[in-house]
Design a binder for this molecule. Structure first.
Ligand code: HEC
Length: 139
């Protein structure tokens, strides 16, 4: 390779790196932190049934939730970067301090980019299984 060619390809690589870096920074800056999500008292007070099957929850998570929330609920699924709102870190104390009822309600009703699962996953037992699985994501 001639020196001029080498310099040219180094320049191209540098330009690509800069574009990539700034693209990522812009993405990080435009992704909003989720706003508080209040839940009616009646729903908030609900508790997951004791015999809930976590394995079912794990399967449903892989099928419906992982693409955005990530396999460990860190908010790093393959679709996460293209969302306007950060899907949250479910391993964090702030998330885990929500009641079972709050997690069920948010899963059921959805908001903006968070789909509603009340009709997509019609069996209430399955949605409780998802809540039980989300508890296992605690750090
Ligand atoms: C298309 C991407 C996407 C998918 C798929 C998705 N979510 Fe979400 N989820 C989000 C986003 C974005 C938020 C933050 C929404 C907000 O606060 O406005 C969120 C928020 C939540 C919250 C509330 C978080 C909190 O802090 O209390 C729960 C609970 C939740 N998701 C559960 C689930 C479950 C369970 C599934 C699968 C059955 C699922 N999500 C599938 C994008 C997604």
């Amino acid at each position: 390779m001639k020196t001029t060619q080498k310099i040219a390809s180094l320049l191209v690589a540098a330009v690509i790196a800069v574009v990539f870096l700034f693209g990522n920074l812009a993405q990080a800056q435009t992704q909003a932190k989720a706003k508080p999500w209040p839940v009616p008292d009646k729903d908030k007070a609900m508790k997951a049934p004791a015999n809930t099957d976590v394995a079912t929850g794990k399967d449903l998570w892989a099928k419906h939730c992982k693409s955005c929330h990530g396999s460990k609920g860190l908010g790093d699924g393959p679709k996460a970067a293209s969302l306007k709102t950060f899907p949250g870190d479910f391993s964090a104390a702030a998330f885990q301090s929500s009641t079972d009822g709050e997690l069920l309600y948010r899963t059921d009703k959805g908001r903006d980019e968070m789909p509603k699962y009340e009709t997509k996953i019609p069996a209430i037992g399955d949605r409780w299984a998802l809540v039980a699985f989300m508890r296992t994501l605690k750090k």
